[in-house]
Design a protein. Structure first.
Length: 645
């Protein structure tokens, strides 16, 4: 159990959190959400002990084992598998002791180390580390490669695997999906749902939060509020709270006006002085509920292209890949092939792909199968190794690649980047355009190296939008974007008049903007007949055989006693879940009865002639009951699905 008592947190002169009182129970999977700069990462730093509280107390259990993802990875000669294995520090120390005792020929020390390793389940640790690497997209032949051979994105995956390898009671994950593609995200979701410790995760992927989290912690305006359920449940509950708050505020303001009117009229009359005094006291006691301040959501748009040709782009019998002497780049292919290739490397065979005006295609496929290769071939960055690529003369490309953000010039400002594209455009036109992308005022003249990853991505998208493309090719555009920016991007793409090809691990974005999907797998590109849930099922069925074989080879089958204990634990869990379901159903029946009574009272015109306070109390009770019912329904559904499974 983790407790915050009147907790406050400051970064420099800025107060991020104040008077936070909450308790996080053991076993919760908590999504931490809020706008950029609200204090999410600082809260993690406080939990890790690297940032001291400005006030109040943070209580952590004694001997709490904590794991978190390192932000940097040194260029080590150590093999990837050994680096991940090092996440279990105690086991690594025991293995070193065993190796040292063996080198000395010390039988007693070897026996002692052996028993310690066995107690730590250390003899299947390499297999467990290998499964983590496999789940995060590392092919078997890369497990023994040196860490220094991997690119930045792949090193981030290694750090994630190392954190998952560490035995922990509390796991802190800050944007764990940023460098993952969809298949790795789906694998990570399954892993985290099985994690039996307490999880705190910062993420801007709403589908990921819905799939993983049992609770949501919202940080806003220095406050922290806890909600039951994933991100969608949080949104519904918060919307209802804001609605109720605004209703209470409006009723309160009406009562204030009524009381003030009476006081102003009669306070000078001796016959009414006592009543006026009574109303003045009542006015002083009113709570002063704040009006809901509507947050202006960030919005932008891609300008309407001048022309959108009907037949935009076509690949006929194309072999796509890397020509002789080229290097592989980006995140689509596994590292370790950075030396010049002496022979052409064909990744995709006989590609037949046609894009018409207005089509919105999402590219799906396991990691390393060629999604980015296809996008680079469509844009013309990679020449075709066979077949024909046809592009209409009026096509104007807008291309966002995984390396686009890194290509922004250090030292240059947003204004200078845009001025390079349009040297003859008036300065005010450039400033107005940048202001529409939230680079208003002096922000347009700040060097980009001071920008966050999300701000850089937003600038890169703005530079693409300036050219008024009619065909957008976007390869993982959501990395580093927060939830507001992702929603804005989804809205802008939904309104875009041209055609779109999208690679993304954000299922919400894919579902919002794509009309159809193509699957890139096993060297082929073909239409996928299904939605994202169908794709997830296909992905699981495709990998289940390999995973089953790997698990069979990696660890011995459980003993009969272990199986009996597991079965007994499952039965006990099911029994507890069924009892909880009955309690929830009984409570919801009571709530329905009380809600019906309240609604009957509110339907009686006479109630509106009585005291305002009684009506206000009735409305508040109705809102509280509805909120409680929503939370109970969410819990009931989760329990029901578990029992059904």
């Amino acid at each position: 159990m983790i407790s915050f008592r009147h907790f406050a947190l400051r970064r420099g002169a800025r107060l991020l959190l104040t008077d936070v009182d909450l308790t996080i129970q053991s076993g919760w999977r908590l999504g931490v959400v809020g706008r950029n700069g609200c204090g999410k990462s600082s809260l993690f730093a406080a939990l890790q002990g690297t940032l001291e509280a400005d006030a109040g107390e943070l209580e952590l259990p004694a001997k709490l084992r904590m794991a978190a993802v390192a932000q940097e990875t040194p260029a080590l000669a150590e093999a990837a598998l050994d680096y991940v294995l090092g996440g279990d520090a105690e086991l690594s120390a025991a293995l070193r002791e065993e190796a040292a005792a063996q080198a000395r020929g010390d039988a007693e020390a070897m026996a002692k180390a052996h028993h310690r390793i066995e107690a730590l389940h250390g003899y299947d640790a390499r297999a467990r580390a290998g499964r983590l690497l496999h789940g995060l997209g590392f092919a078997a032949e890369t497990h023994e490669r040196a860490v220094r051979e991997f690119s930045g994105g792949w090193r981030a995956r290694l750090n994630l695997a190392r954190a998952l390898m560490a035995p922990s009671d509390l796991l802190l994950l800050d944007e764990p999906t940023n460098h993952l593609d969809l298949d790795a995200v789906l694998w990570l979701e399954e892993w985290l749902r099985r994690y039996d410790g307490t999880l705190l995760v910062i993420s801007h992927d709403r589908d990921f939060l819905d799939a993983v989290c049992t609770h949501t912690l919202h940080l806003d305006a220095g406050r922290a509020r806890l909600y039951v359920g994933g991100y969608s449940a949080f949104e519904r509950q918060r919307a209802e709270q804001l609605r109720q708050q605004q209703l209470v505020h409006e009723r309160e303001q009406a009562e204030r006006a009524h009381l003030q009117s009476f006081i102003d009229r009669f306070k000078a009359k001796a016959s009414k002085a006592k009543q006026a005094q009574s109303r003045m006291k009542r006015l002083e006691k009113l709570a002063g509920t704040e009006a809901v301040r509507a947050e202006r959501p960030f919005r932008f748009q891609f300008a309407a292209p001048a022309r959108v040709p009907e037949a935009m782009l076509q690949l006929e019998g194309v072999a796509a890949g890397y020509p002789a002497g080229s290097r592989e780049e980006g995140e689509d292919h596994l590292p370790g092939h950075e030396a010049p290739l002496r022979e052409p490397a064909v990744i995709l065979h006989d590609v037949r792909f046609r894009l018409e005006a207005g089509e919105r295609i999402g590219l799906l496929g396991p990691n390393g199968e060629g999604k980015s290769t296809l996008v680079k071939t469509l844009i013309g960055e990679l020449p075709t190794l066979a077949g024909e690529r046809k592009v209409h003369k009026d096509v104007r490309f807008g291309y966002f690649a995984q390396h686009t953000v890194e290509s922004l010039r250090a030292g240059a400002t947003p204004f200078e980047h845009l001025q390079e594209k349009a040297p003859d455009a008036p300065a005010q036109v450039l400033r107005d355009f940048l202001g529409g992308w939230n680079f208003a005022g002096e922000r347009a003249f700040e060097p980009v190296e001071g920008f966050s990853g999300g701000e850089r991505a937003r600038l890169a998208l703005a530079l693409i939008a300036w050219d008024k493309p009619n065909l957008l090719l976007l390869d993982e555009p959501t990395n580093h974007l927060d939830l507001d920016m992702r929603e804005a991007l989804a809205d802008a793409l939904a309104d875009f008049d041209g055609a779109l090809v999208l690679v993304a691990h954000d299922r919400h974005l894919l579902g919002m903007v794509c009309d159809g999907f193509w699957r890139v797998a096993d060297g082929r590109v073909e239409p996928f007949d299904g939605d994202l849930d169908d794709y997830a099922r296909w992905l699981r069925s495709r990998g289940s055989g390999a995973r089953k074989d790997a698990q069979t080879d990696a660890a011995p089958a459980p003993s009969a006693a272990d199986r009996r204990r597991e079965a007994a634990a499952r039965r006990e869990s099911d029994k507890s879940a069924r009892a909880r379901v009955k309690k929830i159903e009984a409570r919801m029946a009571v709530i329905d009865t009380e809600l019906a009574a309240i609604e009957a009272s509110l339907a009686d015109p006479g109630i509106y002639q009585g005291p305002t306070a009684a009506l206000l109390e009735l409305g508040q009770r109705q809102g509280a009951l509805r909120q409680e019912k929503t939370v109970l329904e969410h819990e009931w559904l989760a329990l029901y699905e578990t029992l059904e499974a």
